[in-house]
Design a protein. Sequence first.
Length: 286
Amino acid sequence: MSIVVTGATGHLGRLVVEGLLAAGVPAGQVAAVVRNKEKAADLAERGVELRVADYNAPETLAGVFGAGDKVLLVSGSEVGRRVPQHRAVIDAARAAGVAHLVYTGVLGGPDADFDLADEHKATEQAVLDSGLPYTFLRNGWYHENYTEHLAPVLAHGAVVGSAGGGRVASAARADYAAAAVAVLTGEGHEGRAYELSGDVAWTFPEYAAEIAARSGKPVAYRQVAPAEHLAVLTGAGLPEPMAAILVDVDAAIARGLLAGGSGDLSRLIGRPTTPLTDAVAAALKG
């Protein structure tokens, strides 16, 4: 039996593999599913088994999983293509007879009514239809969704959005990875859906004030109408479909859908979640 992590060279997948090794799982019992072996050469050198496959090529998934494996399906990054990608992984996992399939979805699960959640909801249903033992890790927002893009904020002195006073209970990507490690190495998680979010929900005015305090530069939140928000994002170079999704996310934030509050994440990882202040400070240090 192996613990298999898909998307293992992505930001989240790599953190999960590192977390498994740090937790004492023997490297020989960890398998990393990758598209490019060269990007995972360091993992192979440490004894992690590399299994080459591509979400977009279902035939490459044959033989990637084994009977009794625990599998973490890290959701794909190609919005609009994820349902067939995920179904290909689920079908391969079912054919192999894996023991446990863990999926990284989105906060709110079937109750999430914003566009970005649609593919996650369809994937959860596909997992349920497969009959496989499962756990849903419904991840909230990552701090890094925002803190990795501080350069334009500092350049313009503004955090621009259309979320109003809505709150976001974000957490560090490493926190969500730690939750996945806890589920993959623990017991009693089958058939569970965890609503994962940070311990503290913040508003965008509070986020802007934190950036200003940490950087010593004037930064404020600028609330705009959704149409203007869309124009700002496309003007910055984002394709319109992705920009529209982000504007829709802000509308969901305004409705309170990303405010979290379940406490599932801190309970799973056995510690408080990483504060946003730490993420801002780390991003400003570069």
